[in-house]
Structure formats: C-alpha cells, structure tokens
Design a protein around this ligand. Structure first.
Ligand SMILES: [Zn+2]
Length: 457
C-alpha cells in the first residue's frame, strides 16, 4: 500500500473533516457534569462506523463513562496492530461570558475552528478517524490492524481507564499506541512526546480547637495554620528539593541519550520568564536545568492553602482548622503507593502525626524508551510531512499513559494537531484547520511506516 493516494484523499475531503468536527463539537460532552456523555459516545461510535471502522460501546458499571472501541482488521498485514487512544469528553466551558462564539458552535473563522473540544480532544480524534478512512476509501484495506480506544472521562481524571484496559485486555492488545494529544509550536514543528509524569495529589489538614476563637487566646491556644506551616517546611527546601526520606530513591537518572535530546529541545528561558512575569526559576536554574526539571524533575507543589480569615479588612481570629492541597509530580519508577507510605512515615517521624492526610489522586508516570521502533516511525513521519519536529522525553504534565504501558505492555508516543496556544481548557478554544489537515496526513504516513517496522531498533 502506498500512502501517497491517502494524502490527496485528505486534501480532497478537507470539508468533510471540518463538518464531522463541527458535528462533534456541537454535541456537548462535559464529563465533570455528566452532560451529554452518553449521547457523545453514541455519536462517536456512529462516526467510526461511517468511516468504515467497526465499533462498539463498552461499559464497566453505571458510574463509569462508556468507552468507544473501534477496530479495522488489515487484510494485507494482520500481524501488527496500532491503537489510537483518545477521549470524547471535554472540559467545562466556564466562564461562558468570555467566549467570542458559543462554545458548542464549531464556528469557522479563516483558518480556525472554534469550540470546546476543537483541539482537546475532538480535533485530535477526527485526524485519526480521517487517516484510517482515507485508507479504507482508497484501498479498501489498512496497512496494519487499527484499534481505537476512546474514553469519556479523561478530563475528569481517567478514573476507570485502567479497569477498562484490564477488563477488555484482549480487545485492546496492540504493538504500539498513539497518544491522544500533541502540540505543534509556533514554527509549525510537532512535538513528539514519549512520556507523562505521574501525580500524587493529597490534602493535609490540622484541626486544633472545636471552633474559631478570639485571637487574644493565641498565647494559650495553638494555631493550626502555624502547625501546618511547620509541617510543610519539613517537606521541601526553598530550592525545590524534596526532603522526605527516601522520596527520590527509585528515580533512574537520565541517560546520556536523554540528556542529548533535552539539550536539543528548543526553550527560550527569557521568553518563558517574560510570559509569567518572573525573574528567576526555582533554585535559580539555568535554561538547561529548567528543561531537565520540566522533563524529569519530581515536584512538591502547594496547589492551595486555607485557614482563618482572608477577606477585606481585619478580623482578629484564631482559626480552628488549616488545610492545604499538595500535588506531587512523580517521575518513572516512583510507585505512588510507596510514595504515600513515605509521606505518612515522614510526618510521623518528624512529630507531625496530628496532620491528617487524604489521598485525592495517585497515578504513576510512564516513559517510552527511544529504543522503541515506533519512536523512529513517528519522528520520520513528522519530519516528512512537517519538515521538522521536536522530540520530548516527557511532558511535564500527567496522563494515564502508565495504565497502557502496564496493562498492554505497548510503547506510547504522542503526536497531534493542537497549536501550542490553542486555548485548551480556556474560553475560545480553537483548532487550526491547516494543522488538522497536516496531522491527518502525518498519521496516514505513520500508519504505513508502523506497519512495516519491527518492534525494536
Ligand atoms: Zn484536556
């Protein structure tokens, strides 16, 4: 099979891609509010069928969002399988008054299509579907087996994805996974991503008295806010180093090759600082150290802290409780369960066993090795279609990649169509039409290259 015919197919059917994307955007599917989830799963399944992909809706239990499965078996090469992981749910649209066009309109202005999900992740999903459809239309076959795993609660923490993968493990078995998103920078270079950090999200709280008191009693009643601050100061030093005993023990250091890739990654430290109005990075890192930390640094971040009175004017009060939310980003080989144990042990050992811990989210990190052949497949395809690409060892954020690596034992690589400033998760989210087109072509080539590759270098 030659991918070339699929490229002209993609160009010829550009308007259909946009129509389908509009149809998807017009169907709200907000997982956080369980709004339109059922309807959207049915719509996506129908869209797969329309493209020639057989599809069914999988279910776990009544609390889990339905998952759309799709499959095309290859007649010419049934021995290899590529799986596309995407999601059909979107973020809430608030603040609604800041939208220039209604969030579920799919309004097209010039090279942009606006709407919630235009990029994240309905735009990405449509590029995958169209690439597969182009093969089916032009050749009545695909170069290798194709599977789709399209979940409905990614924006709400992907709580059930691992359970789905375990329950339907055979259905999802594959030789490689193309991840759900991928940014394209301002110079039209797609960012090929090989990993995601993990996350441990906890709430720590201290309760002292049974009610708030007059602050004149501060001489005799302990203040839980001070108590919490004292505990927090034992977790991390001012340079960002985590002080919990054993916290970093399992981290595998970056290889020489990893460092080479990080060095190559473009990063303008001054631009970044300007963007956020900051003068220095944490620990006064230079540009290279900052890049390294984004890729492979664990974090201990205070996401929010609450106690006492913070309104206008003065209120002399001694609060009864204090609460903090902390997110720890984890890197490969850190087991969230072990990290929780270490945190509990640390608070006990340092005399803070009165600090309560509530675990809100725990997810391990994942990283695909550059030795996997699929990495070359994606990079070569990106280079050919876009002219250039950027390789990224790991995204600084978190996603459920570990579930795929762990359950399916398949390497995961991300490449996508989202412009880097596409206002994902914000008002006026959009996708660039030329990038949707190019990414679809890149996926056409990628499918063919993948079908011909061996699994390891
Ligand atoms: Zn998102």
């Amino acid at each position: 099979m030659k991918y070339k015919k699929t490229l002209s197919f993609v160009d010829k059917h550009r308007n259909e891609l946009l129509n389908d994307l509009q149809t998807l955007i017009k169907q709200p599917s907000i997982s956080a509010k369980n709004e339109g989830i059922e309807e959207c799963s049915i719509l996506v399944s129908k869209m797969l069928k329309k493209a020639g992909v057989s599809s069914e809706i999988l279910r776990l239990n009544k609390n889990a969002a339905p998952l759309v499965f799709g499959e095309v078996k290859s007649k010419s090469n049934p021995s290899k399988t590529l799986l596309f992981y995407n999601h059909y749910d979107v973020q809430p649209v608030e603040p609604i008054e800041e939208w220039e066009y209604p969030p579920f309109s799919g309004k097209i202005i010039g090279n942009k299509i606006f709407g919630r999900g235009a990029s994240d992740d309905k735009g990405e999903l449509i590029t995958r579907i169209k690439a597969v459809e182009s093969y089916l239309q032009e050749y009545n076959d695909v170069p290798c087996n194709i599977k789709f795993c399209i979940e409905g609660e990614e924006e709400n923490g992907s709580e059930n994805i691992e359970k789905y993968l375990k329950k339907f493990k055979k259905k999802f078995s594959c030789d490689g996974v193309i991840w759900e998103f991928g940014y394209i920078d301002t110079k039209n270079r797609p960012i090929v991503g090989l990993g995601m950090k993990g996350l441990l999200y906890v709430e720590l709280s201290v309760k002292e008295s049974i009610r708030d008191a007059h602050s004149s009693f501060a001489t005799i009643i302990k203040n839980p806010a001070w108590r919490l601050i004292d505990a927090l100061k034992t977790l991390r030093d001012s340079n960002g180093k985590i002080l919990i005993d054993g916290w970093n023990d399992n981290i595998i250091p970056l290889s020489q090759n990893d460092l080479k890739i990080i060095r190559k990654e473009p990063f303008d430290a001054n631009d970044f600082k300007k963007e956020y109005g900051i003068k220095k990075f944490v620990g006064d890192k230079n540009a290279f150290e900052a890049k390294k930390a984004l890729v492979a640094g664990p974090t201990c971040n205070i996401a929010g802290i609450e106690s006492g009175y913070t309104g206008d004017g003065a209120k002399t009060v001694l609060p009864s409780t204090a609460k903090v939310k902390i997110d720890f980003r984890l890197v490969p080989n850190m087991d969230p369960k072990k990290q929780i144990k270490l945190l509990k042990l640390h608070l006990k050992r340092t005399g803070f066993d009165d600090v309560s811990i509530k675990i809100l989210n725990a997810e391990a990190a994942a990283r695909t090795s550059t030795d996997e052949k699929i990495v070359d497949v994606v990079c070569d395809s990106a280079k050919k279609i876009f002219g250039d690409y950027i390789l990224n060892i790991s995204n600084a954020g978190t996603g459920p990649m570990h579930a795929f690596v762990d359950v399916l034992h398949a390497p995961c690589v991300s490449i996508g169509s989202s412009f880097i400033f596409c206002r994902m998760h914000s008002p006026n989210e959009f996708a660039k039409i030329d990038l949707l087109n190019k990414t679809t072509k890149c996926l056409c080539l990628l499918i063919e290259n993948f079908s011909r590759s061996n699994s390891k270098n």
